[in-house]
Design a protein around this ligand. Structure first.
Ligand code: CO
Length: 479
């Protein structure tokens, strides 16, 4: 899409929603400022970077074709490697110049004959553009379908579809698995859609690629889940009343997300399951809200506390269609950081609003504080009523807020990387890819996580479209 002719009607951040086709291997990045000596490893980020297939346009931000960017840090220097994930969705888009698989907000166009041959849903996508995980030395790119892709972390080459060593069936999952460093287990949620639908909570133990069921919860109208929360002993599901008629997904006349509807009169339901045996130990309802991202959860004085970013309804799903994001009139709904406190004794639920800075894409010092009482969340926030325009560090105990910002700059998810041997929870750096609409380029900013002061920035050779999630790996290499 040529945006230059539309300069009066496009949003300032529209360049972050344009296709960027360049790929590169180990390009040295000029460093402005000074990178910490201890910063060694690789930040790998995932996100969409191609928004059309031939003449066909993807409609939603979440639909764009996955591209990985790897920022490698060693000895005060940095290099960039980036590459598209070679999925079926990508191959069909390149070879056939058409949208071939059902994405979040775009269905493939199918001929009458194709529909006649297969009246049910178009194949769900393998365009794993949301997140990443290192699962027992398999580097996996994740999306919300069960089609997970494996890649080589050294050069970002796609290895292929990843198959777990089990017979689990289901269509939908979250791209936000959790890891318990003490139990050495990964947890995630699988959703089976069909005449009988169910949430399946599962775990993957250390050294295996086989999933094991923790709990199977039959459900008539499954909710949309983008993420969930864990505490030391529990897995917590927050069911928002954005629900699907499973048959709509199976028939596939609507796009995946259009199969969901917002039921404002329904409650949001919080359910707490034991990690070890799947027992449902508490469940309670609160007023309806919509949530993509949980921040953290922990147990305190017989309560389970869940922090998440809540919207009044599911309008944010509509607001993130590309037409809206690229339009000068774009404005996104504001989230609130909501603290839910579920008393395990009385089974009552209290909700407290602890921040209204419009945060999204939150990160914590995951290895140390996930599932535990904590102080700090890092997240892009918006205070311009339009789009994420600053990086916020919030102390959830004191409400103290620090931020980093620059005019005409739009930052992505801030990944916290702890200094080896860190004592304080904020002893480390925050890494975020920023679109500079003033210079029409992107840079990676390195902030001192304690002060949120800029330590260094890496000017990138081209714009990196707004992505979703990244992970910092201290070592790379596939095995
Ligand atoms: Co996410």
């Amino acid at each position: 899409m040529n945006l230059s002719n539309l300069s009066t009607s496009i949003s300032a951040f529209a360049p972050g929603f344009e296709s960027r086709l360049q790929e590169c291997i180990d390009v040295s990045l000029p460093v402005k400022g000074k990178l910490p000596d201890w910063l060694n490893g690789h930040l790998v980020r995932n996100g969409p970077a191609k928004f059309e297939a031939g003449l066909q346009q993807y409609r939603h931000w979440f639909d764009g074709l996955a591209k990985l960017h790897k920022f490698s840090f060693a000895g005060g220097e940095a290099k960039l490697t980036c590459k598209f994930l070679e999925t079926d969705a990508y191959r069909i888009a390149i070879a056939d110049k058409r949208i071939g698989l059902a994405e979040f907000g775009t269905n493939p166009s199918r001929s009458f004959m194709e529909k006649l041959a297969n009246p049910f849903n178009p194949k769900l996508t393998d365009n794993a553009n949301v997140n990443l995980v290192n699962l027992n030395e398999h580097y996996l790119a994740l999306t919300e379908t069960v089609n997970t892709m494996e890649f080589d972390c050294r050069d970002l080459t796609t290895i292929g579809k990843f198959n777990y060593d089990d017979k689990f069936a289901g269509q939908v999952t979250t791209a936000h698995p959790h890891y318990d460093f003490e139990r050495r287990e990964l947890y995630n949620l699988l959703i089976k859609l069909g005449p009988t639908s169910a949430y399946v909570i599962y775990k993957v133990g250390h050294g295996t690629t086989a999933r094991k069921e923790i709990a199977v919860i039959k459900i008539k109208e499954p909710s949309y889940f983008h993420s969930f929360a864990v505490s030391a002993n529990y897995i917590i599901l927050v069911e928002c009343p954005f629900v699907v008629n499973p048959l709509d997904v199976i028939v596939g006349n609507k796009t995946y997300v259009e199969s969901y509807s917002w039921k404002a009169t329904n409650a949001t339901c919080v359910s707490v399951y034991r990690k070890d045996n799947g027992e449902l130990v508490a469940s309670a309802e609160t007023d309806a809200f919509f949530c993509f991202h949980h921040v953290n959860a922990f147990e305190e004085n017989g309560d389970v506390v869940v922090d998440l970013l809540a919207y009044p309804d599911a309008q944010i799903v509509q607001s993130t269609y590309l037409d809206n994001l690229r339009d000068a009139s774009c404005s996104l709904p504001l989230s609130k950081l909501l603290r839910l406190r579920l008393s395990m004794a009385s089974k009552t639920l209290a909700a407290e609003n602890i921040c209204e800075a419009g945060l999204e894409l939150p990160r914590i010092y995951y290895e140390r504080v996930n599932g535990k009482a904590y102080n700090y969340v890092y997240a892009p926030g918006q205070d311009n009523g339009k789009f994420l325009n600053r990086l916020v560090k919030l102390n959830v105990k004191t409400n103290e807020l620090k931020d980093w910002r620059q005019d005409e700059c739009y930052p992505g998810e801030p990944v916290f990387v702890a200094r080896p041997g860190a004592i304080n929870e904020d002893d480390g750096v925050v890494l975020s890819v920023v679109l500079d609409a003033g210079t029409n380029n992107s840079f990676l900013v390195v902030l001192n996580a304690a002060s949120m002061d800029e330590m260094a920035r890496l000017e990138l050779p081209f714009i990196v479209p707004f992505g979703f999630h990244g992970q910092f790996f201290r070592n790379s290499g596939r095995k």
